[in-house]
Write a protein that binds this ligand. Structure first.
Ligand code: NAD
Length: 250
């Protein structure tokens, strides 16, 4: 399949879970991947096992502004454009607000939300240069409905949801051809969530919330990301795509 032939796609958090699955699906459909993660070793393995030759593995902490500036220069010199930006890297912790330290709050906000701002800001000229740039930002159902014990995560993912809409409006006003949409997975089985599913009590509680009766798989989110990144969604911008087995329909 060649839906993304000639397209350059940057995916953050590409060494694991949803980001890894997304990178594999893009590669299978002809894209050249810029794989970004802070886990150098895992990233190398992913790069070496990906279909195709021209992919690049970039070790970067997504909260590092200087790193984004340097990466933008590198992409400009090599490709002169960026077609697709998937801001996927993120993490959360279960903890009541009263037990959360300021350091923990800042860490979750920074990785999930600051990163989206930094990537959007510094990649925008390259996305505009492509003529059909697509930004897909990883939010969560926790960017729409709250859950106890997820204060900083909900704040960050809600922030991602609204920041995506502002990005969409500013790009539309600028007529730069760039679209931005957010994606909102429900309970997905990845290394991030594996510890929860390993505990039968927690797993039962999580799945009680899922009408379809099972967690989602990473490729079920990757498929939706590819749709938002493709020309098939060319009239969608500022939208939120929920992929949650019916959790938020209740
Ligand atoms: P994961 O832990 O399997 O993968 C996340 C990847 O991001 C890892 O490779 C990690 O090294 C990388 N990463 C983390 N912090 C980073 C940083 N500062 N700089 C660079 N890379 C960093 O997680 P996942 O479940 O695939 O989650 C991916 C995204 O999907 C996250 O934003 C998460 O919040 C979101 N999400 C996950 C679920 C779920 O149920 N798994 C549900 C909704 C949303």
């Amino acid at each position: 399949m060649t839906r993304f032939a000639g397209r350059i796609a940057l995916v953050t958090g590409a060494a694991s879970g949803i980001g890894l699955s997304t990178a594999q699906r893009f590669a299978a459909e002809g894209a050249t991947l810029l794989l970004v993660d802070r886990d150098r070793e895992k990233l190398k393995t992913v790069r070496n096992n990906l279909a195709g030759e021209a992919h690049d593995a970039i070790t970067l902490d997504v909260t590092d502004e200087q790193g984004w500036i340097a990466l933008a220069e590198r992409i400009k010199a090599r490709f002169g454009k960026l077609d697709i930006l998937v801001n996927n890297a993120g993490f959360g912790r279960f903890k009541p607000i009263t037990e959360t330290s300021l350091e923990e709050w800042r860490s979750i906000i920074s990785v999930n939300l600051d990163s989206v701002f930094l990537a959007t800001k510094h990649m925008m000229p390259l996305l505009a240069a492509s003529g059909h740039g697509a930004v897909v930002n990883m939010s969560s159902i926790r960017g729409i409905v709250a859950a106890s014990g997820t204060g900083p995560y909900c704040a960050a993912k809600g922030g991602v949801r609204m920041f995506t809409k502002v990005t969409a409006l500013e790009c539309a006003e600028a007529r730069n051809g760039v679209r931005a949409n957010s994606i909102h997975p429900g309970h997905i089985r990845t290394p991030l969530s594996a510890p929860a599913y390993a505990d039968p009590e927690i797993a039962k509680k999580l799945l009680a919330d899922v009408p379809i009766g099972r967690p989602g798989e990473p490729d079920e989110i990757a498929n939706a990301i590819l749709f938002l990144a493709s020309d098939e969604s060319r009239y969608m911008t500022g939208a939120e795509l929920v992929v949650d087995g019916g959790t938020t329909a209740q």
